[in-house]
Design a protein. Sequence first.
Length: 246
Amino acid sequence: MIRAIVIDDEAYIRRNIIDMLSQNFKSEVNVVNEAESVSDALTKIEEYRPDLLFLDINLKDGTGFDILQRCELSKLNVIFVTGFDQHAIKAIKVGALDYILKPIDPAEFHEAVLKAIENNNYENHLEKLIEISSEYFNGVKNRRVILRTSDNVYAIYEDDIVYCKSEGNYTTFYTKQKDKIVVSKPLKKVEEILSENIFVRCHQSYIVNKKHVIKYNKQGVLIVSLDEKVPVSSRRKDYALNLIFK
């Protein structure tokens, strides 16, 4: 059975999570304790050695990232529980971490817990994921994103991404090192994790890093690093070129 601690500075949120676990995962998840602050959480994590944390990001005396940076993560899973804090949500997505929004939707909660149960016995690369999310949350300038493929987990600097091309529910990242990294994610989801001030959606199937754009030619394409061509759709032309060359 998975041992869990619920960490949130609002008592009713903690109670809601504990009740939902009791109703739906009584034989799979045992809540061994709860905490309302960073200091309280660190004490209880040390004492109870949980397998899973339900973790709020903004706490009274710090953040959920402060807790994770001081924990042994090799055998730990985390589900973030957060309000509609766009910066926090973006940080979680950049690190490819699991989260549910407040107020908690029962279906989303059920899906997140099932995933944590299924992943309990597998390497989850959590230390690297937390590092990337924390960088974003704390405003590191040269940001990285986590890319999961069927075989690997990559931590890629945004500046190294030249452009992205989608085909259905798959997107290929083309890097300046000439790597091609294919992820099972549509372009709309890719757009959510990339920095808006660097990447431009120039076509239904393409996102380009404007730092790598060399020129726009009469054929309606961008010439980018790697000496490759990225199309610009007529519908997005004015918008894209204004962002890239302003």
